[in-house]
Write a new protein. Structure first.
Length: 309
């Protein structure tokens, strides 16, 4: 059977879930959860995502994310690979960390997003980690960041908090916590919010929207998410922006890199910056910077990084 491709388009909203390989505990320690949050933040900045909520449970994670440009696959590949490398390196281990492909059901709009964020924030309650009235005490997710007011720029409740007509204030968050406690203690409310559908990884929205989505993407196993030319152009525009920013930071021009082929230290530094900013492939970076084969460039960047540790 053909492997189904992701549905990706500008402004898509997703509920993303993945588990540890063989349900291995990924976030049993505070350090592992903190490393995942740091990796998530780096991915969000690098790929321009807006993260609406997250929870790092013991053996799986949940994210609610908007992608302003259609780059979910690129961003999730970077996020999961980066976290896995850090996780394994810290433990002197190797091998697959996640069980397989992550789930990424689409979310229709802000109204549907509210339901998903409620579900994510109540995951620790449903798992028996914290009580119904202590959801904000779960330290390995977004709710504590929101309530305490200490959150990074990539983490924003604006879309769904506005839908609930709550202010981003102490009073607003107090009312939201009351809402969560009420849902946690009311199975009928959870059924009305269709938590069972969210748990099964279904698209979240109205029946009419789901039918429209199914018709539009019924051949998804055979189609690309956007016309190839459009997708490639969007990616390359991002890579070029990162290249221009890196050149400017090093006070160099494209003419400078063309005039001096090879891999001098300043070029390696620019290449590393472009890679970090955009996730551009080494083959593309090597071509634009006149630095030769991708493998040699990758090694040069890795060696430079070790030298700066």
């Amino acid at each position: 059977m053909a492997r189904r491709l992701r549905i990706q388009f500008p402004g898509a909203i997703y509920h993303i879930i993945n588990r540890g390989n063989y349900r291995r505990e990924l976030f049993a320690t505070a350090g592992a959860a903190k490393s995942f949050e740091r990796s998530l933040g780096e991915a969000a900045v690098r790929f321009g995502w807006q993260v609406h909520g997250f929870a790092a449970m013991r053996n799986h994670f949940h994210l609610a994310v908007t992608t302003p440009v259609p780059n979910l696959d690129d961003g999730m590949h970077w996020l999961q690979t980066t976290f896995a490398l850090r996780f394994n390196r810290f433990r002197s281990e190797c091998g697959h960390l996640f069980q397989g492909r992550y789930q990424s059901p689409l979310i229709q709009n802000a109204a549907a997003l509210v339901r998903v964020v409620d579900y994510i924030h109540l995951n620790p309650v449903r798992a028996g980690i914290v009580g119904a009235g202590q959801s904000a005490e779960f330290r390995r997710g977004s709710l504590a960041r929101f309530v305490e007011g200490q959150r990074p720029g990539w983490l924003s409740p604006a879309a769904w908090l506005g839908e609930l007509r709550l202010a981003d204030s102490r009073e607003g968050w107090s009312r939201y916590l009351e809402r969560l406690a009420g849902i946690a203690g009311d199975p009928a409310a959870q059924e009305a919010l269709r938590f069972d559908e969210i748990a099964r990884g279904h698209p979240i929205g109205t029946p009419a929207w789901k039918e429209s989505l199914a018709r539009e993407h019924r051949h998804r196993a055979l189609e690309v998410d956007l016309p190839h030319d459009e997708t490639s152009a969007l990616k390359e525009a991002r890579w070029n922006d990162a290249l221009d920013a890196a050149l400017s930071a090093h006070q160099k021009t494209r003419q400078d890199v063309a005039a001096i082929p090879g891999r001098p230290a300043w070029k390696v530094a620019i290449a590393a910056r472009v890679r970090n900013l955009s996730g551009a492939p080494y083959s593309w970076i090597g071509e634009k910077l006149h630095m030769g084969p991708a493998l040699a460039l990758r090694v040069a960047v890795w060696r430079a990084g070790r030298g700066n540790m």
